[in-house]
Each structure stands twice: as C-alpha cells, then as structure tokens.
Ligand binder design. Structure first.
Ligand code: NAD
Length: 263
C-alpha cells in the first residue's frame, strides 16, 4: 500500500528513542522529510544518523524541551527553516512519574501538565493554521491505553491523557472541513526504556523482582507479550498517511488486546 507520505513534511516529537524514534523511522522509510526533537542532543543526533543511514531520508534534529515555550518555538522554527510548513505533527513526549495521589504535589502536577497537555496544545497552535490554509494536515497525539482503562498507580498519566483526548476530539470537529485530521494513538505496554523504568519502580515499591512485574503485565495481555515499537509505528504511519483521509477524532489502541472495552 502506498501511504502517500513521499515528500510530506513531518514533525515527530520526543524521537531520540522509544515510540517517537520508531515512528520517525517509519515515516522516513515512507519517504517523508522528518524533523525530530528531544531534550538532549547526543542521543538525538545519534537517532538522526541512524534513521538517515537506514532510510536515506532527509532528517533534521532539534534539541528542545517541549514543556517550555522556547522548546515549542525551537521545533516550529526548525521545521519552517528546514522544509517549510509541516504537513504532519506527531505530538509525543516523555511519560510522567508514576505514584499515588499523595506522592504528587503541586509542582509535579504542573510539570506533567506542561509536558503532556501544554506541549500538545502549543505545538498544534503553531502548525495548524498552515495546515488549514493548505487544506491538508495530520495531527496525531500519542496518549495511552490508560484513557480507556486507567492503570493503577499512574495518576498523572491517567488524568492528563484524558485531557489530551478531550482536546483532540474537540479540535477534530473544528478543523474537519479543512482536510486536517486529529487522532490519538494509544500505546499498550511496549518494549521501550519507559516501560523498563516503570517496571523497576513498581518492583522497588512492592519489594519484588522486576521479572515478577514483567510476568504479571504479560499475563494481562491477550497476546501474552508486550508490543514492539515498530508495531506501534506501523499504525502511526497509517493514521498520518493520505490513506487515512476519512479517519478523524478517533483513539486507536495498539495493545495486543489489553483494553477490554467494546469501543
Ligand atoms: P521513552 O521514555 O522511551 O522515550 C521518551 C522520549 O521523550 C525520549 O526521546 C525523551 O528524550 C523524550 N522526552 C522526554 N521529555 C521530553 C521533553 N520535555 N521534551 C522533549 N522530549 C522529551 O518513552 P516511550 O515508551 O517511547 O513513550 C512515549 C510516550 O508514550 C510517553 O509519554 C509514554 O508515557 C507513553 N506510553 C508509553 C507506553 C509504553 O509501553 N512504552 C505505554 C503507554 C504510553
């Protein structure tokens, strides 16, 4: 299937590793020109080089903290100067800390809100006018299976990704007639550093081995295994493609069947 991504310009946020990296690589392999960002520079540059080596695509990297106004501006500026207006925006960022309500004070809620919700809102604000003007655009927000079935102990993620979902669904209707789609993609448990980190935190909190936590997670997944980032990236690429032109306002999971809800 030709996804119609050749020469499209994409921003993929938080792409030095994990789900963002896999998505950027997939879009580059489909012929898109890609700007990737993350906070640190070394790992980001290594990610850029790896994607270029594998796909031969034109990939640019910008170090930016998406939880800040300057970071948002840096990403928007980088894409405009490198390639011109963005056709595709994949909003993604690092996950917030886990922990129950009492462990999360004012500052942690503020930081998580800036990181997860404000980054999505503000980067969208920067690129959306151009998409509407050109009557083509794709906005894809990475949320989580927690929006359909909250995961115990992930208070910040459970709460703020629901806010991103409300934002996405509302915006989808506002821009639908301009050829711009707005969707969410919901990763289930996927093999990245984030999951290794969460498993280690859970193991320490409960005083059990990491392998025990992993086995418990796998037992909840009908497929009996956690996902691979490339399995997530395959759907991400489709949802931002020309082929997904009539799909908007949706939240689609890649979770091996973990969510038990009917829709
Ligand atoms: P990861 O920790 O492996 O990678 C996160 C990326 O975000 C890195 O590139 C990091 O540099 C970047 N980043 C972090 N904070 C940033 C900031 N303020 N500005 C710019 N870049 C920043 O995480 P992942 O597993 O790839 O997950 C991506 C998102 O999906 C996270 O929000 C995570 O919570 C969510 N998610 C992941 C899973 C999973 O199983 N992997 C499941 C559900 C949801």
């Amino acid at each position: 299937m030709d996804l119609g991504l050749k020469n499209r310009t994409a921003i993929v946020c938080a792409a030095s590793r994990g789900l963002g990296y896999a998505t950027a690589r997939e879009l580059a392999a489909e012929g898109a020109r890609v700007v990737i960002c993350a906070r640190g520079d070394d790992r980001l540059q290594a990610a850029r080089q790896a994607i270029i080596a594998e796909t031969g695509a034109d990939v640019r990297a910008v170090a930016a903290d998406l939880a800040t106004r300057e970071g948002i501006e840096a990403v928007a500026h980088a894409v405009e100067t490198a390639f011109g207006p963005a056709d595709i925006l994949v909003n993604n960022t690092g996950g917030p800390p886990s922990g129950p309500f009492e462990s999360l004070g004012w500052d942690k809620w503020q930081a998580a809100t800036d990181n997860l919700l404000r980054s999505t809102v503000e980067l969208t604000r920067r690129v959306l006018p151009g998409m509407r003007e050109r009557k083509w655009g794709r906005i894809l927000n990475v949320t989580s299976i927690t929006v359909k079935q909250p995961v115990d102990g992930l208070m910040l993620s459970n709460s703020l990704r629901a806010a991103v979902t409300g934002f996405s669904r509302t915006l989808a209707t506002e821009v639908a007639r301009d050829g711009v789609t707005v969707n969410c993609i919901l990763p289930g448990f996927t093999n990245t550093e984030r999951v290794a980190h969460l498993n280690a935190a859970t193991a320490e909190r409960e005083g059990v081995r990491v392998e025990t936590v992993q086995a418990r997670t796998e037992a909840q997944i009908p497929m009996g295994r956690i996902g691979e980032p490339r399995e997530f990236a395959a759907l991400a690429a489709f949802l931002v493609s020309a082929r997904a032109s009539y799909i908007t306002g949706q939240s689609v999971a890649v979770d091996g069947g973990w969510i038990r809800a009917l829709y």
